[in-house]
Design a protein around this ligand. Structure first.
Ligand SMILES: [Zn+2]
Length: 77
């Protein structure tokens, strides 16, 4: 099951999975998506996406950066 999210304000992509564990507190969390960007500017040619999430553990609240490429995203358009 893919999860639709928006990067670069209005570009809809779908990712196959979200981070399930925070790298700081090591709790299993459902991350809150904050923002993301398409690093190389194109969804073709091995695009790298960087997606920023926030840990939902109230004692942590760390940011989590997920790195994706077009092998685990789909262009939702
Ligand atoms: Zn955390």
């Amino acid at each position: 099951m893919s999860i639709p999210i928006y990067v670069d304000e209005d570009r809809r992509i779908e990712v196959m999975e979200l981070p399930s564990e925070c790298g700081i507190c090591h709790k299993n969390i459902y991350p809150k998506y904050l923002t993301g960007t398409c690093v190389s500017g194109s969804l073709e040619q091995g695009t790298n996406m960087e997606l920023v999430f926030k840990c939902t553990n109230k004692d942590c609240r760390s940011l989590i950066v997920g790195y994706y490429n077009n092998k685990n995203t789909e262009n939702g358009d």
